[in-house]
Design a binder for this molecule. Structure first.
Ligand SMILES: [Zn+2]
Length: 428
C-alpha cells in the first residue's frame, strides 16, 4: 500500500464511521432494527463498530435503551428506540381563507392542531406572525421541547429550493417573500415551504401506508384538490414530484379548448379552474341566484350578500337542482383533465378532495365515470379513485411527513447528527 492509498483509506474510514452513526440511528428510528444484533445483521457492520456507534447515539440522546427483547438462546438483548419526543415539528397549512397549525413529535404524531378562519391576502408578515403566536401557544401549553423543523404549506406555486412563493395568483404580497428566514428568526429552526396540495398528497400517502391499505398503490398517487382553485399533488415512486422549478401538478390553468371565452384570475383565457373551480362556480352561482334559477343560492345571496364555493357544495348536498347540475358538470370537466393525467402518469391511487369534491358521491361519480371512459384500459386496470380523508388533517399529516423526510435525509442528518439536533446546523 503506498502512502496515497493510506491517506484515502483513512478518509474513507472517517466517512464510514460518520455514516455508520447515521445508518444505525436510521435503522432504529424507522423500526427496521430493534437490537444491536439486528443492527449488525442489517447494516453489515462489525460488532465493535455497532457497539461504539450505538453508544455514541445513546450519549447524543438520539437513542435510548428500551425493554428487553426476545432471547435467541443467549443473553436477553436490550431493545433500542429512537427518542421521538426530543424535538417538535411545527406544521402550518394556509388555505385561501383558513389556517391550520399543528405541533407534532418527531414521528409526526400530532400533539394538537388548531384551525381558524384566516384570509391569506392579509400578506406574509401578518399571516406568519399569527402562525408564530398560535404555534408558540401550543408549544407552551403542552410544554414541548425545541422546534426541530417548521413546514409551511401555501395555496400557490413555491420554488421548493428557496421556499419562496413565485407569483402566487391569490396571495398578494407573498411573491418572493423569505418565509424560511422569518421562521428561522422566530423558532431558530430550519423551515421548508411547499404547495398545500403537495402536503395533502403526502398526508394521504402517509395515512394509507400507516394503515397498510392498498400496498404500493400509494407510492404512485395523484391528489387532486377542487376547492376555490384546482391543483394536484404528485407522489411518484414514493416521493413528491415537484418538477424542475416546483410547479408540477398546477393543473388549474390547463386550457379547456371548448370554453375559451372565460377569463381566469391568472389572466389567461379558458383555464380549467375558470370553469370548474369553486370560485368560478360561486361567480356563476351569483348570476343564477339573481336570475332565480336556484332557490338555495338566492336565499344565501340574500342573507350574506355574496356566495363562496362552500355554498355551491352545500346547495348540491341539500338537493338544489342547479347546484347538483353545476357540480356534476365540474366533475366531468375535471375528469377530462384527470383522464389525460391518468394516461400520462398511470397512478395507482387518485384521491379527490376539496370543498367542491366534498358533495357526497356526486362530484366523485362524475370524475370516476369520465376517467374510466377516457383512459386506456391498462392505465385504469388497478386504479382506485377515492375521496380524500374527511378529517381535513391530511395537509398537516403530510407536512409532518415532509419534516421527517428532510430532517432525517442522509445529506441533512449526517451534518447535524453529532450535534444531537438540526437546530444549529440547518439554519439556511
Ligand atoms: Zn388560469
Amino acid at each position: 500500500m503506498n502512502s496515497l492509498e493510506t491517506v484515502v483509506s483513512v478518509d474513507e474510514m472517517t466517512i464510514e464511521e460518520h455514516d455508520a452513526l447515521f445508518v444505525l440511528t436510521e435503522l432504529v428510528r424507522t423500526g427496521r432494527a430493534q437490537t444491536r444484533s439486528d443492527l449488525g445483521r442489517l447494516s453489515g457492520l462489525g460488532r465493535s463498530i455497532v457497539t461504539q456507534r450505538v453508544e455514541e447515539a445513546l450519549n447524543l440522546g438520539l437513542l435510548e435503551e428500551a425493554d428487553f427483547g426476545v432471547s435467541t438462546g443467549g443473553r436477553v438483548p436490550r431493545t433500542l428506540r429512537f427518542k421521538y419526543e426530543i424535538g417538535t415539528f411545527v406544521v402550518v397549512e394556509f388555505g385561501a381563507r383558513n389556517l391550520g397549525v399543528a405541533v407534532t413529535d418527531l414521528a409526526g404524531k400530532i400533539v394538537e392542531s388548531v384551525h381558524e378562519n384566516w384570509d391569506i391576502t392579509e400578506g406574509p408578515e401578518k399571516s406568519l406572525d399569527r402562525v408564530v403566536k398560535m404555534a408558540s401557544s401550543l408549544i407552551k401549553q403542552h410544554n414541548l421541547p425545541d422546534v426541530w423543523a417548521v413546514i409551511i404549506g401555501v395555496p400557490g406555486p413555491v420554488e421548493f429550493e428557496t421556499g419562496k412563493p413565485v407569483a402566487p395568483p391569490i396571495m398578494p404580497g407573498w411573491n418572493g417573500f423569505d418565509i424560511r428566514g422569518f421562521m428561522l428568526n422566530a423558532f431558530g429552526a430550519p423551515c421548508w415551504v411547499d404547495n398545500d396540495v403537495n402536503l395533502m398528497a403526502l398526508g394521504e400517502q402517509a395515512v394509507l401506508k400507516a394503515t397498510n391499505q392498498h400496498g404500493t398503490a400509494a407510492d404512485n398517487l395523484l391528489f387532486v384538490k377542487v376547492g376555490s382553485g384546482i391543483g394536484a399533488g404528485i407522489i411518484s415512486g414514493g416521493k413528491v414530484h415537484r418538477g424542475a422549478n416546483g410547479s408540477a401538478g398546477d393543473i388549474g390553468h390547463v386550457a379547456i379548448a371548448e370554453e375559451s371565452k372565460v377569463v381566469c384570475r391568472c389572466g389567461q383565457i379558458g383555464c380549467l379552474e375558470a370553469i370548474a373551480g369553486g370560485w368560478a362556480l360561486a361567480r356563476d352561482g351569483e348570476i343564477a341566484a339573481k336570475e332565480s334559477k336556484s332557490p338555495f343560492l338566492a336565499e344565501r345571496l340574500k342573507t350574506r350578500g355574496f356566495l363562496s364555493p362552500i355554498d355551491i357544495s352545500e346547495g348540491a348536498n341539500s338537493g338544489d337542482a342547479y347546484c347538483i347540475e353545476v357540480v356534476a358538470r365540474a366533475g366531468r370537466m375535471v375528469g377530462e383533465t384527470l383522464a389525460t393525467l391518468v394516461n400520462f402518469f398511470n397512478p395507482g391511487m387518485l384521491v379527490v378532495g376539496g370543498t367542491i369534491a366534498s358533495t357526497g358521491d356526486l362530484f366523485l361519480a362524475a370524475v370516476r365515470q369520465t376517467v374510466y371512459r377516457r383512459s386506456l384500459p391498462l392505465a385504469t386496470r388497478d386504479l382506485r379513485i377515492v375521496p380524500a380523508n374527511p378529517n381535513h388533517e391530511e395537509g398537516l399529516i403530510g407536512g409532518a411527513a415532509l419534516a421527517q423526510t428532510e430532517i432525517f435525509s442522509r445529506s441533512h442528518m449526517t451534518k447535524w447528527i453529532t450535534e444531537s439536533s438540526p437546530r444549529a446546523i440547518l439554519g439556511h
